[in-house]
Design a protein around this ligand. Structure first.
Ligand code: UD1
Ligand code: CA
Length: 449
């Protein structure tokens, strides 16, 4: 939008009902703090200024959002949402229109906020029709349908409590008017707090128009005050993120049993089984798939790559047609070539596996360069650490490393070399020859007892 819009985010409340040492705005929803959702919303509106009112845990909040675009205001005593707005107003452009957002209302859609911020004059509220309005402020309307005020749940009469139209929280008003109205706010209600919602009463008394934008769905209105509400909000967000992927053709076994905590980009025909967790930046190439209960973070899968059940893949590039797992751990800076294979109980770290290379069972491959079509037998270990430093292992194309081999790095296995099972290799093994390094088998007669 423009400089004409300023956003004030209220995030100073204690969040008592979370029963947590962590300030409520830092509780994570879908992989990022609650407050990050609200700030992302503000950013997308391209507001001239974004002022965040903090109080409880102010220091940790600031540290979590080092973004230079945010102005912070401390509300030393939490005397209510209206009092919080008063703290922010000195930082707001007097000629702007102010959109007040709540740090604990994270699911309002961008289009809804745009509709709310679009108005020019008067006060605009955001309301929603919900099945269970308890805990929320109720929208009281006149017989002609116009807004008559907002009544907090605690202060509502039994009749008002039956109203299912609630105050979502976000509100827009001209900065100059808001400043004046806030000066007239008095502690009120059961809690004797200074409520921003009472600015509506002042507007109505002055004859300033009060309008209301209705959220498209009740889910947008969710406020997060307790662990249970946090889980409810996550359920909504999980569904939204799954929907967005399914719209791009991704097949998801069960949209309620997938966790998307980052940014996922996909090509055609991707499929995700139950319990898949995607974190950070994940790229899923055409026809790739992830099996049940695998966690994939900051990684990319090329076309046709397959991650089987129960794998942990972090910071890796998985080549086209490669297969990982079940039960594999692929760690940062692992690059698995096309059609390569990393099987059960295999750990790969900071290593490149050439196309067609295989490590199918029970191995550790670290700090290694593994050539094309290398076969790494069951139980092979690259001994990359001598207690002080990490060393590299290089295995040439087509080499065959027998089962149970220890490769003591730095060490090199030549192309086409064969390493006998059970060898401990401490010096380079030449190409195209068999190297065996183990004691010869002996059989001795047993003494008669
Ligand atoms: C508030 C609204 C209610 C609405 C509901 C939506 C008021 C008076 N009531 O109720 O109408 O239906 O949200 O979820 O606003 N805050 C401060 N400083 C304070 C007090 C609060 O910054 O002194 C912040 C909180 O951190 C929170 C927001 O303001 O982000 C709302 O406060 P909260 O105590 O959660 O109000 P609710 O009872 O949820
Ligand atoms: Ca709240």
């Amino acid at each position: 939008m423009s400089d004409a819009l300023n956003v004030v985010v209220l995030a100073a409340g204690k969040g008592t009902r979370m029963r947590s040492a962590l300030p409520k705005p830092l509780h994570r929803l879908g992989g990022k703090p609650l407050l990050a959702h609200v700030l992302d919303g503000a950013r997308r509106l391209k507001a001239g200024r974004v002022v965040v009112v903090c109080g409880h845990g102010a220091e940790s909040l600031r540290a979590a959002f080092p973004d230079a675009g945010i102005e912070w205001v401390v509300q030393a005593e939490q005397l209510g949402s209206g009092h919080a707005v008063i703290q922010a107003l000195p930082k707001v452009d007097p000629g702007s229109r102010v959109l007040v957002l709540y740090g604990d209302v994270p699911l309002v859609r961008h289009e809804t906020l745009e509709r709310l911020a679009a108005g020019r004059d008067g006060v605009m509220l955001l309301t929603a029709e919900v099945d269970d309005p308890s805990g929320y402020g109720r929208i009281v309307r006149q017989s002609d349908g116009s807004v008559a005020g907002i009544v907090e749940h605690a202060d509502a009469t039994p009749e008002q409590r039956r109203i299912r139209e609630i105050n979502v929280g976000p509100m827009a008003a001209p900065a100059k008017w808001l400043a004046g109205a806030c000066r007239s706010l008095k502690p009120a209600g059961l809690k004797q707090e200074i409520y921003i919602t009472h600015a509506v009463d002042i507007a109505l008394a002055e004859g300033l128009p009060v309008g209301a934008v209705r959220a498209r769905s009740a889910a947008e209105a969710m406020g997060v005050n307790s662990p249970s509400q946090l889980a409810d909000a996550w359920r909504v967000l999980r569904r939204r993120r799954a929907e967005a992927l399914m719209e791009q053709g991704v097949r998801i076994a069960d949209p309620q049993r997938i966790e998307i905590r980052g940014e996922v980009s996909v090509d055609r025909d991707v499929s995700l089984d139950v319990g898949v967790v995607l974190e950070g930046q994940v790229r899923l190439g055409e026809g790739s798939s992830i099996g049940p209960y695998s966690v994939v973070s900051n990684s990319s899968l090329d076309a046709g790559a397959r991650i089987e059940a129960h794998c942990v893949v972090d910071g890796a590039d998985i080549g086209a047609g490669a297969r990982v797992g079940p039960f594999a751990r692929v760690r940062p800076r692992a690059q698995l070539g096309a059609e390569s294979r990393v099987g059960n109980f295999v750990e790969v770290k900071n290593s490149e596996l050439g196309g067609g290379a295989k490590a199918s069972h029970l191995s550790y491959v670290g700090d290694s360069q593994v050539g094309r079509n290398v076969n790494i037998g069951a139980g092979v270990i690259t001994c990359n650490y001598d207690g002080r430093a990490k060393h590299r292992t290089v295995i040439g194309d087509g080499a065959f490393v027998g089962s149970g081999v220890e490769l003591v790095a730095p060490v090199e296995v030549g192309a086409g070399a064969v390493i006998g099972a059970g060898s401990t290799i401490t010096r380079s093994a030449p190409a195209d020859q068999l190297t065996v390094a183990r004691s010869r088998q002996k059989t001795l007669p047993l003494k008669k007892r």
